[in-house]
Design a protein around this ligand. Sequence first.
Ligand code: F6R
Length: 260
Amino acid sequence: MEVIILPSSKEVGALAADAIEDLVRSKPTAVLGLATGSSPLPIYDELARRHDEAGLSFTQVHGFALDEYVGLPAGHFESYREVIRREFTNRVDVAAENVHGPDGTAADILGACHAYEEAIKAAGGVDLQILGVGTNGHIGFNEPGSSLASRTRIKTLAEQTRQDNSRFFDSIDQVPHHVVTQGLGTIMDARHVVLVAVGAGKAQAIRDFVEGPVSAACPASVLQFHPHVTIVIDEAAATRLAGADSYRHAFGNKPAWQGL
Ligand code: F6R
């Protein structure tokens, strides 16, 4: 796991965008795993800027969303399919038919979860998965207690997560209780994972999953088993890391040819 500590969310977004730009320029048919929430927004802003100003093109790229609420009608402003369209794919030139998300409205949710796994496989697997992390250590919506080998399935949101996400709704009562999420096993299949987090509210979760034991109690800790994970955080999110100085030292002395 590489931990990169940067001054602010702008630099965090730009560095994660560098990893995506390098991938898309070298492999125009790349498959991106797309997260929602606040953390990836600076990445999407930066990619949209590079699309407008530097000719970064996504025409052959495929995108797979990490998760989706169950119970919001299709087209709901806060459905993750809509958020990803609004915040990223509609701002660049990704073909609409190349953007996929778990179906939270399916009558047969189990069948839809299976079909989603198959669609990721058929696209060749995820090359680069963007992740945020919940204050309780979730990734995707794999809440504490999730199997470390889980695949796409329906989950019940933790109350902490509903509380955290209520800022996107008029009241917490409108936050769905259920979601469809890629499993931890699904996320672990991605070839490169780039997790971004900013702010003091994430400091404990970062400490727990980067330096704590691997445990279903902290789902993001499964990433310790992944061969290529880049954690990009700001100073505030890094305050509880015992190894912060050594992570800074390693990144400061990294040979440029290694890339991210
Ligand atoms: C979003 C997702 C979640 C968020 C996490 C952090 O698709 O899967 O795991 O990444 O809840 O959310 P923010 O970034 O809003 O703090």
